[in-house]
Write a protein that binds this ligand. Structure first.
Ligand code: IMP
Ligand code: MG
Length: 178
């Protein structure tokens, strides 16, 4: 697997430190509240697992499945949201947890769905942000790192469902996805 990688972009140590900082910020921002933290599957699963253990609040943890990619490295342009919401959003302080904010298509689709269910508040937390690639204007309230405009894998992020298990974020050799 490692022979497919070009270079490590964010190391395990860098990620660990940054995730703890984001957790501390959320703890501060939501004092006295019980946020509803919603992970967007599948890419957020590693980030969310680590972030959740830095959260010191009584919070509810849920997941929804959304994807705009399919089996490819370019966005298909439409969001598929895989399940009906099987939990209440109305009146809740919702935090969406995503692996990476790229074109913005996935998160803006999910945001629309959440907002149509009348949350008390909504914030977005993304491990990585590629601001130069945005097709829809949307910003995250909590961002781990600004990511160079390269296709990256690891720490939950995949290419064709592989590499999610890498403990760091790395770029792939172009010949792997060419
Ligand atoms: P967006 O809808 O274009 O903002 O893309 C968000 C989703 O696309 C993320 O949840 C990822 O699943 C996927 N994605 C975007 N960029 C990358 C990347 O560099 N590597 C792996 N997945 C990515
Ligand atoms: Mg994803």
């Amino acid at each position: 697997m490692k022979e497919d990688l070009k270079e490590i972009i964010f190391t395990e140590e860098q990620i660990k430190k940054r995730v703890a900082e984001i957790g501390a910020q959320i703890n501060q921002d939501y004092v006295g509240k019980n946020p509803l933290m919603v992970g967007i599957l599948k890419g957020s699963f590693v980030f969310f697992a680590d972030l959740a253990r830095c959260i010191d609040l009584k919070c509810e943890i849920r997941f929804i499945f959304a994807s705009s990619y399919g089996f490819s490295y370019v966005t298909s342009g439409t969001v598929r949201i895989g399940t009906d919401l099987d939990f209440e959003i109305e009146g809740r302080d919702v935090i969406l947890i995503e692996d990476i904010l790229d074109s913005g298509i996935t998160l803006s689709g999910v945001r629309k769905l959440v907002l149509s269910n009348n949350p008390s508040s909504l914030k977005i937390c993304a491990l990585l942000d590629k601001p130069t690639r945005r097709q829809i204007p949307i910003e995250a309230d909590y961002v781990g790192f600004e990511c160079p405009d390269e296709f990256v894998v690891g720490y939950g992020l995949d290419y064709a469902e592989c590499y999610r298990n890498l403990p760091f974020v790395a770029s792939l050799k172009p010949e792997i996805y060419a």
